[in-house]
Design a protein around this ligand. Structure first.
Ligand code: HEC
Ligand code: HEC
Ligand code: HEC
Ligand code: HEC
Length: 114
């Protein structure tokens, strides 16, 4: 019985992954589109070719790294206040592909970047 339940939940989890990845996409920019954020609110160029600079993101997210970090305190690790200084957001947050937690070039934090 235990085994059956385990198998069932594994199948459900696998099915869910399949369904979400089969949709148009669920990367950060896709989610922003659902929240009515237009390309040009992140990108300055008419035809985007590179990552938006942090000032674009901060316009909607707290206004400064300091405020952003305040909103993130209380979690096990504050990714917005570190010994690496104020990095470009897109070092970790990607728009159209999987995010990267660059801190783990050196560390082994179990952290999920949205
Ligand atoms: C025009 C406003 C706007 C801009 C510009 C913007 N965002 Fe957002 N962002 C939102 C809204 C609205 C949400 C959803 C509500 C919330 O979580 O605050 C959101 C949510 C998020 C989240 C939480 C994601 C999630 O899935 O829960 C992250 C991370 C994020 N934004 C990062 C960024 C980054 C990085 C940039 C720049 C590349 C950016 N945002 C630019 C409006 C914006
Ligand atoms: C070092 C990697 C890294 C950088 C650089 C970074 N973030 Fe994040 N961000 C994270 C991680 C990790 C989380 C998830 C935090 C958690 O869930 O504990 C996060 C969460 C967020 C969220 C969701 C709300 C929250 O605080 O949990 C927003 C909004 C956000 N980041 C915006 C930004 C913006 C805007 C920038 C640039 C000014 C930025 N981030 C730079 C790693 C980063
Ligand atoms: C939440 C902010 C955000 C929104 C909205 C957004 N992007 Fe992006 N975009 C990014 C980030 C961050 C990168 C850099 C990382 C990456 O390539 O995913 C990027 C990179 C790109 C690139 C360059 C890809 C490369 O190969 O380097 C293109 C092209 C692009 N975006 C097009 C668009 C278009 C078209 C839209 C509207 C449909 C859009 N973006 C909406 C954040 C955003
Ligand atoms: C180039 C390698 C490197 C990168 C990248 C890096 N760190 Fe570190 N980090 C270190 C070293 C070296 C130390 C000091 C030795 C130790 O305590 O492990 C340290 C220490 C720390 C500490 C404990 C000491 C303190 O100052 O509080 C934390 C927490 C930390 N890093 C978080 C981060 C976060 C978050 C990121 C990403 C924004 C990051 N690190 C990126 C190398 C790195």
């Amino acid at each position: 019985m235990m085994k059956m339940n385990l198998l069932a939940s594994v199948l459900v989890a696998a099915g869910f992954t399949f369904v979400t990845s089969a949709l148009a996409g669920n990367y950060l920019a896709d989610r922003h589109a659902q929240w009515d954020v237009k390309c040009a609110q992140c990108h300055v160029e008419k035809v985007p070719s590179k990552a938006p600079k942090m000032d674009k993101c901060l316009r909607c997210h707290g206004g400064s790294y300091e405020e952003l970090a305040k909103a993130s305190t209380g979690k096990h690790l504050n990714p917005h206040y570190t010994h690496q200084g104020d990095k470009e957001c897109a070092v970790c947050h990607k728009g159209h592909k999987a995010p990267e937690f660059f801190c783990n070039d050196c560390h082994k934090f179990k952290v999920q970047v949205p």
